[in-house]
Design a protein around this ligand. Structure first.
Ligand code: C2G
Length: 128
């Protein structure tokens, strides 16, 4: 079984997230998503609208996602890759190069982001 992992905050789920998850899943048989905890979002300086529990519940209901784990630290990816026997880490290309250090543990692929949509743009659009 070819296992894929990806990580993110996944707040206010939108088509850009779904496009990423769909493409990531198409690269293997099983997709694990590390979803940022509220604590880790503080470290990333991100304020999610939905709680970790709600973001986890929403992600678990997406057809491409097979398992959701908490992402609580920048350092956990190596352990996750080993623990879950990950074949490929997939991230949007806004992260290009940032996870190349993991190439000695698994394949690392950066996919083009979906243009014109982001959680922050959604928040701005609603508040205008
Ligand atoms: N994404 C995308 N297209 C968009 C918006 C997001 O492809 N229009 C991708 C991002 O590149 C990322 C994933 O969707 O791979 C989740 O995006 P975020 O929830 O913004 O996650 P981020 O804050 O980038 O956290 O350790 C990695 C971090 O946790 C990633």
């Amino acid at each position: 079984m070819k296992k894929i992992v990806t990580y993110g905050t996944y707040d206010l789920i939108h088509a850009g997230h779904i496009n990423l998850l769909r493409r990531a899943k198409s690269m293997g048989d099983y997709l694990i998503v590390g979803i940022s905890t509220d604590h880790f979002n503080k470290i990333k300086n991100k304020q999610a609208y939905h709680s970790f529990e709600d973001r986890k519940l929403i992600l678990e209901s997406i057809r491409y996602v097979d398992m959701v784990i908490p992402e609580d630290s920048w350092k956990q990816k190596v352990n996750d890759i080993k623990e879950f026997d990950i074949d490929t880490l997939v991230m949007g290309d806004d992260w290009i190069g940032k996870f190349d250090y993991l190439k000695s543990y698994c394949n690392v692929i950066y996919l083009p982001r979906t243009k014109g949509i982001s959680t922050s743009e959604i928040k701005r659009g609603i508040s205008d």
